[in-house]
Design a protein around this ligand. Structure first.
Ligand SMILES: [Fe+2]
Ligand SMILES: [Fe+2]
Length: 183
């Protein structure tokens, strides 16, 4: 606990509620990520990129497990949109995979870039508030950056329609974050 709480403005959420919202959206994001990779693996499970995708899927599962534990420990409910992310995450992964391995990797780059920014912003918001959570977020952020780099190494940027995929997936991911924070 900090001795000098930072000043809060009228309308600011109390720290506990703010942190609950952070956990809720992070849990949703990691869940969505596991669904994206499941969708990709169902299409590309025997392809050249399968090893890389499986490796990323395993990290996302670990991230998800951590946030599941945190939600349980702190009695935070998951987002009401959880069932929606089951379908849309999977559909996003499968659809981009059907466009080819590079398109799937372009999807990964876009998602991971949005999550990188999102975790960075959360870490800044937390400041000194919850050092353990901040450390978790920063360590996961490093994993997401590694995923982005892996996807680039797998040829993401050579994908046909890279800019279009990137813009669409980023918009969708930001919308999902916005919604999961509020619902
Ligand atoms: Fe993750
Ligand atoms: Fe990731």
């Amino acid at each position: 606990m900090s001795n000098t709480p930072r000043q809060r403005l009228p309308g600011d959420h109390p720290p506990d509620e703010e942190i609950a919202r952070m956990l809720r959206v992070d849990h949703a994001g990691e869940y969505g990520a596991t669904r994206i990779y499941e969708g990709q693996l169902d299409v590309l499970g025997r392809g050249r990129a399968a090893g890389a995708i499986r490796q990323m899927a395993e990290t996302e599962k670990r991230h998800l497990d951590r946030f599941e534990t945190l939600l349980r420990e702190r009695r935070v409910r998951p987002t009401l949109l959880h069932p929606l992310w089951t379908a849309t995450g999977y559909a996003l992964g499968a659809a981009t995979a059907l466009m080819g391995e590079r398109a799937a990797m372009a999807c990964t780059v876009a998602v991971e870039e949005v999550i990188d920014e999102h975790y960075q912003r959360q870490a800044e918001q937390l400041g000194e508030e919850d050092p353990a959570l901040r450390e978790t977020i920063l360590s996961f952020r490093a994993d997401e950056i590694a995923h982005r780099d892996l996807a680039i190494a797998q040829g993401a940027e050579e994908s046909l329609g890279y800019d279009l995929i990137s813009a669409a997936v980023k918009t969708g991911s930001r919308l999902a974050i916005w919604l999961s924070t509020r619902l």
